[in-house]
Write a protein that binds this ligand. Sequence first.
Ligand SMILES: Cc1ncc(COP(=O)(O)O)c(C=O)c1O
Length: 377
Amino acid sequence: MEIVPEMVDKNTWDKVINYIAMSDEQPPYLLMDKEMIREKISQIGRTIRNAKVFYAVKANPDIEVCRIVAELGLGFEIASEGELRILAQIGVSADRIITSNPIKTFRFLEEAVRYGVTYFAFDSNAEVDKMARYAPGASVYVRLTVPNEGSEWPLSKKFGVEIEEAAALLVYARDKGLNPVGITFHVGSQCNNPYNWQHAVDKAKELWDMAEAEGIKLKMLDIGGGYPIKYTKNVVDIATIETKIDKVLRQKFSDDVQIFIEPGRAVVGDAGVFVGTVIGKARRGDENWLYIDVGVFNGLMESIGGIKYTYIVGSRGEEKTWTVAGPSCDSFDVIDKEATIAEPEVGNRILIPSAGAYTISYASEFNGFSIPKTILI
Ligand SMILES: Cc1ncc(COP(=O)(O)O)c(C=O)c1O
């Protein structure tokens, strides 16, 4: 493992190698590079005028990760009482918290209101009714459907409404005593297509004007998350994406409009490296199978939705194409069907970079395998 792999930052790599050499911690575990989190935060929201950044806690809710984010002054986007409690423990005030999940549980809504959170997304009449009852007078923003083309993790089907319906919902919310303040959308996670944001901003502007014609003066546009990170290929960088977004925002919206950004993956993804172990090898038919101790259920859930990871082993063995599988008995537990890896020995370490987002937060103890520990370095 002496050369720095192409997809990993050199400083992060050095810290990871140093940690593995010095520690007797048993894999699997997730190492999170604190400096990389800080570096990524410094890049986000820089090129968009009047922007406020809210970290999407679901990407990695580790309390020490949240503490770093809080210390750097960001806000937080949350969806559950569990996420709220983490923020409460580190003293994040309610005015730094928003919730963009358009359908909230009663319990979460009650706890969020009690804590003092006032910003909530919605996309249905039923949610307006719920909020009018449990969060009267709340500041609410409607979720618009936007194109998710080019996103590796599309998010457009479950939530969002088209422009006309969104306008009617804003009116309905106002009539129910809520305070309609804005519009939100999500272009899909791991979005490598800046055009999605441009198209979404165009759509939002149409809705903005429609609301104004109904006497509703909005003040906030939430452009969601979606900034991509490097897994196996290079991606468009944040400054390029933001420059394009900012250009269309300036064309369409006045200077006083507050822009919210809700990145998750881009804040923490690059900072994480899974450290695991090769636990088995087999030849099945004409396939080479490699078994490791991190799988779909205990950390690499996104692999089944199409996220492809890079696997790094110290071996100088022959390069082969592998089907890579996790440790559980479930045949669903396959994380890659064609990974090129130099043949390792059973017992060797295997490192998986770009694993800081949507890994531990998805993990379960299925089949009795522990959720890997998160360790900040
Ligand atoms: C409402 C909302 N905001 C923000 C995010 C973060 O998105 P990303 O991790 O792609 O930046 C998500 C991801 O699912 C989301 O659902």
